[in-house]
Design a protein around this ligand. Structure first.
Ligand SMILES: *Cc1c(COP(=O)(O)O)cnc(C)c1O
Length: 362
């Protein structure tokens, strides 16, 4: 009996990308096996954390790394780390920030909602947020204006398809922060494949979600400078307690990082692109429908299929209402465009999507 039947759960075909309400991603059998091996065992959790640090450092080129519950937790704990350092008294006092520098500066157009607002993720540590620029633009000059204060704890930058307006020059932004002695944190939750590029901006900490493009169990990977990573680990005895990674998540991250390094990325990217091209070709044969391959706007080596249909909203609703439920990206449904991400889908699932599109549209 399938796990879906056993617990009376809807079967889902997820063409919506690494989307939290749908379970985000598929782990490989190798990762699932490592997790299954970990669950019945005991470990010295500090050792597990040391191995994770070594593995993250080796894969990313950072000095050190750590695993926390998820990227949202990583935001809160990175902010906490910049405020408290490793001081146990301060760690224990959070979110009370009396006597601490507790301002976080971030571009106003990097305020995003991935289920909750990242502003709340920062405030949970006890910090206050000062926004630079506005929703459409934050230039380096805007950032410097906000950084011009005595009590700034850190800077948060988000690199994501959720951000609005003109993208900020990350290298220049990190440099601006460093000129004021302010550490720079980049939230690149869906950017695991580009983590080395994000570290190359000079950022002190880069946060990514393991369960997005790495395909690990739910986990936040943090890569960065040795002292700041140690300060994040110190939060285990403070607010980090409620954001801790499970033993099976850390083992899953180790297994997923090993697999990642063994994969031929060039071949992987070519295969994934071929999948999208074939899908676009097939969808384009449905009368009244046109489709194209679109590259990821943030520079990930990932392509998606944009499908233009009459009454896209109705089409999306019908795809979801069927069995199995098919979910697609609907950000541009008002422009009658649906977006499909195919990475986790099997050949059978792609065939099922095509059959349903034919049925709904003709
Ligand atoms: C998904 C996402 C998050 C949250 O990641 P979790 O690992 O689910 O906590 C944070 N920031 C951005 C930009 C995201 O896309």
């Amino acid at each position: 009996m399938s796990i879906h039947d056993r617990y009376r759960l809807s079967v889902v075909i997820n063409a919506k990308g690494t989307y939290t309400p749908l379970g985000v991603s598929r782990s490989s059998h190798g990762v699932a096996e490592a997790v299954a091996q970990a669950l019945p065992e005991f470990f010295v959790m500090d050792e597990l954390a040391d191995r994770a640090s070594e593995a993250i450092a080796q894969v990313t080129g950072a000095q050190a790394g750590t695993v926390v519950h998820c990227t949202a937790a990583g935001i809160t704990l990175s902010v906490a780390a910049t405020m408290t350092g490793g001081d146990p008294r301060r760690v224990a006092a959070l979110p009370d920030t009396t006597d601490l520098h507790n301002r976080v500066v971030m571009p106003a157009n990097h305020v995003v909602n991935y289920g909750h607002s990242n502003l709340q993720g920062i405030r949970m540590a006890g910090a206050h947020v000062d926004l630079a620029g506005d929703e459409t633009r934050c230039g380096i000059d805007d950032l410097e204006e906000e950084l011009d204060g005595p009590d700034i704890a850190c800077l948060l930058l988000v690199s994501s398809r959720l951000t609005s307006g003109e993208p900020i020059d990350l290298v220049a932004a990190v440099r601006a922060a460093h000129r004021r002695g302010v550490p720079a944190i980049i939230d690149g939750a869906a950017q695991f494949p580009r983590i080395a590029d994000l570290l190359a901006t000079g950022a002190d900490l880069v946060l990514v979600s393991g369960q997005k493009y790495l395909g690990s169990p739910t986990a936040g990977l943090i890569a960065g400078s040795w002292p700041l990573v140690q300060s994040i680990r110190a939060q285990d005895k403070g607010i980090g307690r409620v954001m801790k990674p499970t033993k099976e998540a850390v083992i899953g991250v180790l297994a997923a990082l090993e697999e990642w390094q063994a994969v031929d990325r060039v071949k992987w990217e070519a295969d994934e692109l071929a999948k999208v091209v074939a899908f676009v070709d097939a969808v384009g044969r449905i009368p009244g429908v046109s489709a194209d391959v679109v590259p990821d706007p943030t520079g990930l080596q990932v392509s998606r299929a944009v499908v233009r249909v009459p009454d896209a909203k109705r089409v999306a609703t019908e795809l979801e209402a069927g069995v199995p439920s098919i979910y697609v990206m609907t950000d541009r449904v008002d422009a009658n465009e649906l977006m499909f991400e195919l990475i986790p889908l099997t050949g059978d699932e792609i065939a099922a999507v095509l059959a349903r599109l034919w049925a709904v549209l003709t």
